[in-house]
Ligand binder design. Structure first.
Ligand code: ARG
Length: 663
């Protein structure tokens, strides 16, 4: 039994007699922030009083009167305007602790009603190197999968690879025109990567050359307008003055945006120019070979589209090249998954659904959901300006069409109760539309959720880029995290042999990287920092890994036989207040896992583990194990150490992070 669920259940019975939907009131029952107020706090009497037109204290009194809690709460008190403070019974806490100690699952019961979840995550577009943006989906999706499984759900992980898109048109075109046969023979992955980049460069060059005059003209107009606005006399009327200021601000922003589009923006740290049409042109013009290739391939953009279309239509040559390229592309990303220790149940990329797409469109047409607009097959939705296009005027299918076929497959094959899409927030509109269409189409019984996340930022608060302005390659990022972890490991444990340093650095480096991401509220952007993520203090994996190793060290030093103690435990003793506090935290592990799944937020588990480790540090400084005074207290403290260590270990494991017994 988990205390929070139990408290909520009991409140729910009383509240449902008073309001139609008690869920919002139940959400106001939480672990107390301040231990002096008790262990849990129910703040539902205030909104309820307002609703019922009664003083909240009176409402609180009635609730406390009606709800039976004394079988596991020592006291239930009303404070201030109507807060209900609950304090757990010490004996009950001790029982829970003993139950956790002797249970492999640390006392966390499996859910009574397991559901089948499909988690769609990582899903990179292959044929181009994975970059920093892919880390978020990969680690958040993996952690959610593991948490779901731990609490007893069936979680099916599916890597929906982009293995059928324009990037293949690009490498096919690149291969046909620019391949270096020798390089391709010796390392297909590297050569394909080079071809992808090269074709991208040439395409960007032509697009920039075409766009530049238009953008320059726009900039000139915007600048002239801004000059005019600025030279106008300031209005005396207050509201007019405000309006004029706003217009100037808007004009200045426009000029700034256009300037960046044309010239790129200055990276404040390095002073380098990043991005920009002029940059795209300069990159090609600085290389005679690229310049001559660009001139020889003026229609490269259209040609790449044509290669992609040919692939989709089943052209034998392109299909053969695709089949030849795909394994190298997969091997390339597999290396990263291996280093990150990520496995998928299924890797069903976009190509897997290709043969189904015509059926999807036919079915949608037959059901009367589609309309033809500008020769494209569209589905118009009430709340969106633009429709969802399922087939373009040239007959090509789109990302959305594939996603519809994918939903159908997942429902039919796996009877999914829920599909979670762990994808960048920029695809929010795509998923909102997709879910609406899927529901219309008949898939309205299952939960479809876009688990969206923000951007990884650099020090300058802009999307994280390399010094030269390129996206950050994920593999290089892993290298750097491990290299820095190696330095930390050497510093902290100079006495260890160097193979151990290597082992530690991989576990610490990768753990730090994953945790830095998972510990952020996924909806926000976050600033990437190697120093912060590898800090031995603060809310980091490194801190938790050291805490774990330290606890193990304490147990080792006492030479206690933990197996034997677990087989024959003593009742926990609360000699010092911190022991009770740590005990309460330990039995809340299951609650933290439940909370993660409310909104699919792994950072809640990170916060829990960090708080746990902090309480343990206090316990450790106040409560001696060796000199506990009595044998019973010593064993109780050892049990506390053991349970803390196992909770940290299991908590990190479900986040996809490993620990070491010694560091
Ligand atoms: N390949 C896509 C991209 O890189 C992400 C796919 C996400 N999953 C999905 N079912 N749409 O943008």
């Amino acid at each position: 039994m988990n205390a929070l669920t139990e408290i909520k259940d009991r409140f729910s019975q009383s509240l449902s007699g008073l309001v139609d939907d008690p869920s919002q009131l139940l959400a106001l029952i939480r672990p107390a922030g301040n231990p002096e107020h008790g262990d849990y706090q129910a703040n539902c009497a205030m909104p309820l009083g307002k609703k019922l037109g009664k003083p909240p204290r009176e409402v609180a009194g009635e609730l406390v009167e009606a709800i039976k809690l004394d079988d596991f709460c020592q006291s239930v008190e009303i404070a201030g305007p109507g807060f209900i403070n609950l304090k757990l019974d010490n004996d009950w806490i001790k029982q829970r602790l003993n139950a956790a100690l002797t249970d492999e699952r640390l006392g966390v019961a499996k859910v009574a009603d397991p559901r089948t979840y499909v988690i769609d995550y990582s899903s990179p577009n292959v044929a181009k190197p994975m970059h920093v943006g892919h880390i978020r989906s990969t680690v958040i999706g993996d952690a959610l999968t593991k948490v779901l499984r731990f609490v007893g759900h069936q979680a099916i992980s599916d890597n929906h690879l982009g293995d059928w898109g324009t990037q293949f048109g690009m490498i096919i075109y690149g291969y046909k025109n620019f391949v270096n046969e020798e390089a391709y023979q010796s390392s297909p992955v590297n050569e394909l990567g080079r071809l992808y980049k090269y074709v991208r460069q040439l395409m960007d060059y032509h697009a920039a050359a075409k766009n530049l005059p238009l953008k320059l003209e726009e900039l000139e107009t915007a600048q002239a307008l801004l000059n005019k606005l600025e030279s106008e006399p300031e209005p005396t009327d207050k509201s007019e003055k405000k309006k004029a200021k706003k217009a100037i601000k808007r004009g200045a922003d426009k000029v700034k945006d256009l300037t960046e589009t044309i010239y790129g923006h200055l990276n404040e740290e390095t002073g380098n120019l990043v991005g920009g049409l002029k940059q795209n042109i300069a990159k090609v013009e600085s290389s005679p070979q690229a310049k001559s290739d660009a001139e020889a391939h003026p229609e490269i953009g259209t040609a790449v589209q044509a290669e992609t279309a040919k692939l989709h239509e089943g052209d034998p040559e392109n299909k053969m090249l695709w089949e030849e390229f795909l394994p190298s592309c997969l091997a390339d990303i597999q290396r990263i998954y291996d280093r990150l220790d990520i496995q998928f149940d299924h890797v069903l990329g976009e190509s897997f659904y290709h043969d189904e797409l015509a059926n999807v469109v036919n079915d949608l047409e037959a059901k009367g959901f589609t309309q033809v607009s500008d020769a494209a097959v569209c589905i118009f939705l009430e709340n969106y300006e633009t429709p969802m296009i399922v087939q373009k005027c040239d007959g090509a299918y789109l990302y959305s069409t594939t996603d519809l076929a994918t939903i159908k497959y997942r429902m039919e094959q796996w009877s999914a109760d829920a599909c979670l899409y762990v994808v960048d927030f920029r695809q929010s509109e795509h998923f909102a539309k997709l879910f609406e269409v899927a529901s219309k189409w008949g898939y309205n019984e299952s939960e479809l959720t876009h688990v969206s996340f923000g951007t990884v930022l650099g020090d300058d608060g802009k999307p994280f880029k390399t010094r030269s302005g390129d996206t950050v390659n994920l593999e290089r990022l892993l290298d750097e995290a491990e290299a820095r972890a190696l330095m930390v490991a050497r510093e902290q444990n100079a006495e260890l042999p160097s193979e151990r340093h290597q082992e530690i650095s991989s576990i610490v480096g990768i753990g730090a990287l994953k945790y830095a991401d998972l510990s952020q509220n996924r909806s926000s952007d976050y600033k990437f920092s190697y120093e912060k993520m590898l800090a031995t203090k603060g809310n980091t994996a490194t801190y938790l890994q050291y805490a774990y190793a330290r606890v193990q060290g304490i147990v080792r030093k006492t030479e206690a036989d933990m197996e034997a103690i677990r087989a024959n435990p003593v009742e926990f003793v609360f000699d010092q207040p911190i022991e009770r506090q740590l005990g309460v935290k330990l039995i809340q592990f299951g609650e933290a896992l439940d909370e993660v799944l409310v909104d699919y937020k792994p950072n809640i588990l990170c916060n829990y583990l960090h708080e746990l480790a902090q309480l343990f540090a206090q316990f450790f400084s106040q409560c001696s194990v060796k000199d506990a005074g009595s044998e019973a207290l010593k064993i109780s403290r050892l049990q506390m150490c053991d349970l803390t260590a196992r909770t940290i270990k299991t908590g990190l494991e479900v986040l996809g992070i490993k620990v070491l017994d010694k560091m």
